[in-house]
Design a protein around this ligand. Structure first.
Ligand code: HEC
Ligand code: HEC
Length: 347
């Protein structure tokens, strides 16, 4: 088990440092997604990754592609509190959006995965997600599709491997960027891009101290760079102040986050601070999808993270601000998938 690097921002620290530091907690989306040196992006690799992303043969019974639960032809997820997996059971957690996922330093709600490549290899062999439980079955399936065999030879100069699949899909995922939100346009100097209520909401996001945890390019803590390397996570407790009525009504302490996989009692209720870009498009909210609307999520966040009761006006203002984080969704055309005569998914 890898050592968990935990950076806890600390509310008081953040409150003290807003005015004085050079670090700007509000940051526009960078134009470039960080790309690891061992998985450089090429057009052919992205195309192959895109085919795989949309191919339901990546699930054992042929019912699910990645896009089923992370619908990048729409808002980037499936709109459900939990997804229906390829094994017919609902997943334990909510499917996160994949927009701007390339800016995340760790993956999954509990940050248990260090890179998009690693995330893929865990996810595609998760029985609750794809129905596959072993690598050999997946590889045998895909190696029977000549179109993929040829594409792998062209892109990776080798036969189909799990590592190659992960690299191709990760390369495609790094293209899922939504630039030019109104917030970004404001940050780049267009002072009229936000109206009075949105600006008020932005200020409240700071003064209420949401910004103590949700800052940086994805509003998910330090961006990849000097402060936080790829593979290092930014975690916080949720609920930070247990004991409110929401623990029971929204089942906030049923799933204990990081503790669930590393069993370290110190990590109970620890979660990755999640990104907030395009948040208006990814209802319902929280790891268990228990908050139906953004208003509800904001009110609960203030209460359980900061022990604050927001007025209706504050909630409306902060929600208005959060809606300015919706970027331009890229046009994505469906790829043609390689076909095979006589191929059936049923064994
Ligand atoms: C059955 C629905 C389902 C399918 C199919 C599915 N996913 Fe997911 N995905 C989820 C859920 C649920 C999570 C969150 C699980 C968790 O955090 O424990 C998730 C998490 C992720 C994450 C991490 C997101 C983040 O914010 O850290 C990525 C990346 C991802 N999936 C990519 C993929 C790819 C690529 C495929 C295709 C191989 C795929 N998913 C197929 C449901 C699905
Ligand atoms: C102490 C750190 C902290 C503070 C302060 C905080 N958050 Fe969060 N926020 C988190 C964590 C951790 C989660 C993930 C919760 C989970 O696992 O379901 C989260 C989740 C969210 C979500 C749901 C994300 C999703 O994809 O479903 C929203 C919306 C949100 N926060 C907004 C806010 C707002 C608005 C404020 C200020 C009122 C705020 N947060 C204050 C840490 C914090």
């Amino acid at each position: 088990m890898r050592a968990l690097q935990i950076i806890v921002c600390g509310i008081s620290l953040a409150a003290a440092s807003y005015s004085a530091t050079a670090f700007d907690y509000f940051q526009p989306l960078p134009r470039q997604v960080p790309v690891p040196a061992d998985n450089l992006i090429t057009k052919a690799k992205i195309e192959l990754g895109k085919q795989l992303f949309f191919d339901p043969r990546l699930s054992r019974d042929g019912t699910h592609s990645c896009n089923t639960c992370h619908n990048v032809l729409a808002g980037g997820e499936d709109g459900r509190s939990a997804s229906l997996g390829a094994n017919g059971q609902t997943t334990r957690r909510n499917a996160p959006t994949l927009w701007n996922i390339g800016f995340q330093t760790v993956l999954f709600w509990d940050g248990r995965s260090k890179s998009l490549e690693e995330q893929f290899t865990q996810h595609v062999l998760d029985a609750h997600i794809t129905g596959y439980t072993n690598e050999a079955a997946l590889l045998t399936r895909l190696r029977a599709i000549p179109g993929y065999v040829g594409a792998f030879r062209r892109v990776f100069k080798e036969e189909i491997t799990l590592a190659g699949l992960a690299k191709a899909v990760a390369a495609f995922e790094r293209t899922l960027v939504t630039p030019n939100s109104r917030f970004d346009r404001y940050m780049r100097g267009e002072k009229n891009a936000l109206n009075a209520q949105e600006l008020r909401g932005k200020e409240e996001f700071r003064t209420v101290e949401c910004l103590a945890c949700h800052f940086g390019v994805n509003f998910a803590g330090p961006a990849p760079g000097p402060a936080l390397g790829m593979g290092d996570g930014f975690y916080e407790l949720f609920p930070n102040h247990p004991g409110s009525e929401y623990d029971a009504s929204h089942h906030l302490t049923d799933d204990l986050g990081v503790y669930e996989y590393d069993r370290d009692p110190a990590h109970k209720r620890l979660w990755r601070v999640p990104p907030l870009r395009n948040i208006a498009l990814s209802a319902p909210y929280f790891h268990n999808g228990s908050a139906a609307t953004l208003e509800e999520a904001v009110r609960i966040m203030a209460k359980v993270q900061l022990r604050k009761d927001l007025s209706e006006q504050q909630v409306a203002d902060i929600v208005a601000f959060l809606k300015t984080l919706t970027g331009e969704l890229p046009v994505i055309t469906l790829p043609r998938l390689p076909v095979t005569e006589g191929f059936g998914v049923y064994e």
